[in-house]
Design a protein around this ligand. Structure first.
Ligand SMILES: [Mg+2]
Length: 180
């Protein structure tokens, strides 16, 4: 996990941390930053797109990391109720999405803060999407961790080439940070 030195003027598209996958996220480091709660995205972060199966390696790793935080939840835009399977497997409640309460909308991030009854700065949002997870989480005042996406994206994201767009955005923003 790599820490990016964000400043007040840094774009909301720049995460606080970048990680190659969930098993690269160090909860102890997050804790030292004041994080007590972790919100984890499902699709392409915790599981492959639309899957319900958490890889045993990921589950074992996360269960060990949980000692560093007070609680966690699943923060996903997925609308089907099969999130319950993931929720049970990880013992992490789902913060439900709604038509107007979806990442990156602030209404959804308020649901997360309300769920934990915590300040946004005490919550880390971990996800693979630069817009939904990072931009949304930063604007909510959360600590953000951008992980490389796990497996292939859904058809829609592939059609609009969301990953090309993300790479262009982050490349430009990171060069601005390096110049600071
Ligand atoms: Mg995702």
């Amino acid at each position: 996990m790599r820490e990016l030195k964000r400043q007040q003027s840094t774009s909301s598209f720049v995460p606080d941390f970048m990680a190659t996958s969930l098993v690269d996220v160090d909860f102890k480091v997050l804790k030292d930053r004041g994080v007590r709660y972790v919100a984890i995205d499902a699709d392409s972060t915790l599981v492959r797109y639309r899957s319900t199966k958490i890889a045993p390696k990921v589950k074992t790793y996360l269960d060990k990391q949980k000692q560093f935080i007070d609680d966690w939840c699943i923060a996903s835009n997925r609308v089907t109720n099969n999130l319950d399977i993931i929720s049970k497997a990880l013992n992490a409640p789902v913060v439900p999405t709604g038509i107007l309460a979806r990442k990156p909308r602030q209404r959804y991030f308020r649901r997360i803060t309300n769920h934990f009854q915590a300040d946004p700065g005490q919550i880390a949002m971990i996800g693979d999407k630069l817009l939904a997870d990072v931009w949304g989480g930063n604007r909510a005042g959360m600590v953000t961790v951008w992980v490389e996406h796990l497996g292939d994206d859904g058809l829609h994201d592939r059609m609009i080439r969301v990953r090309d767009w993300e790479q262009r955005i982050i490349k430009r923003r990171l060069s601005q940070i390096d110049e600071q």
